[in-house]
Design a protein around this ligand. Structure first.
Ligand code: AMP
Length: 207
């Protein structure tokens, strides 16, 4: 868990790769659905572009399908989900149904000013969605597929402000919910070299 721009995607990739487990990012699944023009993508787009959350029922249906697939069997990491208390409750019910549980919740924390700074310079590939390395040159192309890099529409300053409000109002209560649950919850500082942040997360989950 963590606010927009905390590095959930970067760290999620590193941690899932390190332990050889599947990573499920609700944001990535929704963006792929939009690129592919599916009904899910069309349903989600107006919420995403406004910086609002996609309705809980849509997200829970999507994650039930993802987690029930064979890929989740060897272990999984959830990135950007759950984002509301209703989603956390829905996830608990879903995990019980499929006889799985969460080992750990990690919250990556970054101050608002740093988030606004990061997101205003973040660039992503319009074709495959990969995030460009920080500081790559303006006219660089995607390192993964050669596609054109651009700003994510929801990284525009007004939308970032709204996403931060949504995080504070709707997602931070999820941290209180986990703090009261049996699942261990650890907060790590998300600022610094990505390898250092990764080491803090590993220390938290193995500690
Ligand atoms: P992210 O890439 O995680 O920042 O997500 C981008 C956008 O996708 C969010 O601003 C929401 O509109 C939507 N989204 C991603 N995950 C969720 C979720 N768990 N619940 C509701 N909306 C979500």
């Amino acid at each position: 868990m963590g606010p927009p721009g905390a590095g959930k995607g970067t760290q999620g990739d590193r941690i899932a790769g390190r332990y050889g487990i599947s990573r499920y990012s609700t944001g990535d699944i929704l963006r792929a659905a939009r690129r592919n023009g599916t009904e899910l993508g069309r349903e989600a787009e107006r919420y995403m572009d406004a910086g609002e959350l996609v309705p809980d029922g849509v997200i829970l249906g999507m994650m039930r399908e993802a987690l029930s697939s064979g890929d989740a069997g060897g272990g999984f990491l959830l990135d950007g989900f759950p984002r509301t208390v209703a989603q956390a409750e829905g996830l608990a019910a879903l995990l019980e149904d499929i006889d799985r549980s969460l080992d750990h919740v990690v919250s990556v924390e970054v101050a608002d000013e740093e988030i606004v700074r990061r997101l205003s310079s973040r660039r992503v590939c319009g074709a495959c969605g990969a995030v460009a390395a920080a500081g790559s040159s303006r006219d660089a192309s995607c390192e993964v597929c050669g596609g054109e890099l651009r700003q994510r529409p929801d990284d525009a300053p007004d939308t970032v402000r709204r996403r931060l409000e949504v995080y504070r109002d709707q997602t931070s209560p999820v941290l209180d919910w986990y703090a009261r649950s049996d699942t261990p919850l650890t907060t790590v500082e998300g600022v610094g070299d990505p390898a250092d942040v990764e080491a803090r997360i590993v220390a938290a989950i193995e500690g």
